[in-house]
Design a protein around this ligand. Sequence first.
Ligand SMILES: Cc1cc2nc3c(=O)[nH]c(=O)nc-3n(C[C@H](O)[C@H](O)[C@H](O)COP(=O)(O)OP(=O)(O)OC[C@H]3O[C@@H](n4cnc5c(N)ncnc54)[C@H](O)[C@@H]3O)c2cc1C
Length: 403
Amino acid sequence: MPRHLDLRSGQPVWASRGMPRIPSSPLDGDRSADVAIVGGGVSGALVADALLQAGLTVIAIDRREFGRGSSAASTALLATEIDRPLTRLADEVGWARAARAYWRSALAVAELRNRVRDLGLRANLQARPSIYLPGNLLGLEALRRECEARQRIGLRCRFIEGDELESLAALQGRGAILTAGSAEADPLRLVGGLWRSALARGAALHAPAEAREVRQTRRGVTITMADGIRIRAGHAVFATGYELLPFVPDDGSEIHSTWAIATAPQAAPPWPSRALVWEASEPYFYARTTPDGRVIAGGGDGPFADDDQRDAEIPKKSRAIARRIGAMWPALDPAPEYRWAGSFGQSRTGLPTIGRIPGLDRCHAVLGYGGNGFTFSAIAAQIISRAIIGLPDPDEALFAFRR
Ligand SMILES: Cc1cc2nc3c(=O)[nH]c(=O)nc-3n(C[C@H](O)[C@H](O)[C@H](O)COP(=O)(O)OP(=O)(O)OC[C@H]3O[C@@H](n4cnc5c(N)ncnc54)[C@H](O)[C@@H]3O)c2cc1C
């Protein structure tokens, strides 16, 4: 049986006026296409976009409505930086691989921004710098070394001292890393816009339709739904987020719970640079602003036990996050207007798993782990679409399933 999770609860700020429906129709008979995509979140949407651009036909399904999984709960910091500091990642996977993962993330955010612009999507996508504060993972001196390491591999960052931190982020502190190239978005608009654009370019969107089984032959793949209907395709992409299907190998990642709040719009801009702010801590803490002057903040992650426990903790966790932003920015009104929770996967290294499923080489999976899942979904769309059209990608091995 596939893993079923209650992916999110509470009310994300994006859903303040309800969640606009992404048009789809029930799957009422067998279908075929060049590629079948299972999963209607940001990963599936970006893969669909890349495949349509390559001239392939696409059929996409979701067991819920499209765009109602983890993507709707995201706080949508589109970070060029990976959850794991470069220096720590290098200890785990080696310098060359760690550097490639960082370069690839920076490139993915830049290309995502360009693509959203080219498609004319109104997703409130704005380029933002990021400010990385010292925390329990990297103290001030370790953060300086982290900045030097990032500069050595050509990332667009510099260390800022306390006075500049105050002028950019209205924060008291002794220093931070300032990095260019990240972005923020409204995830509902982004995912909805991508799927509507795919639909307009000929993709078929079907929901509710739950994939249960897959069978591969030399020429293609057959996916069987819970009700026995079948989709035949040359390739299949499983972008099911944190609900793994039994034939997608578990790569040892753990499901974590996470909590987020959004304040009311503030009377004055919360901080001048509108940077994405986050901390080198585990569990991490982050904050961003919205175009209408709210502060979104989140963190406090912990291992997922069950949905009820995660949801019962929303009041306590949101009070703690509000206290935290109130202490960091005393001029803010930190009271939460929106509170929500969700679950996400945490891999051992912080890197995602992307690529062909071992033993099923016409089936590809996206396990976009970590707090910067959107960036990883953008990388996945490139790697998977290239694999399907027969082009090599220089980072295929970096993110592949370990055999
Ligand atoms: C509170 C919170 C804050 C976050 N903040 C950030 C952030 O700031 N930046 C960032 O980059 N990431 C963030 N993330 C992570 C990010 O949201 C995820 O990485 C991303 O949404 C995953 O997208 P997805 O498309 O892979 O999964 P989903 O959006 O969950 O989509 C998967 C879809 O697959 C469908 N599905 C599952 N199984 C089947 C099946 N058998 N058949 C058919 N359909 C199926 C589901 O119904 C679902 O709609 C956050 C996550 C949470 C919970």
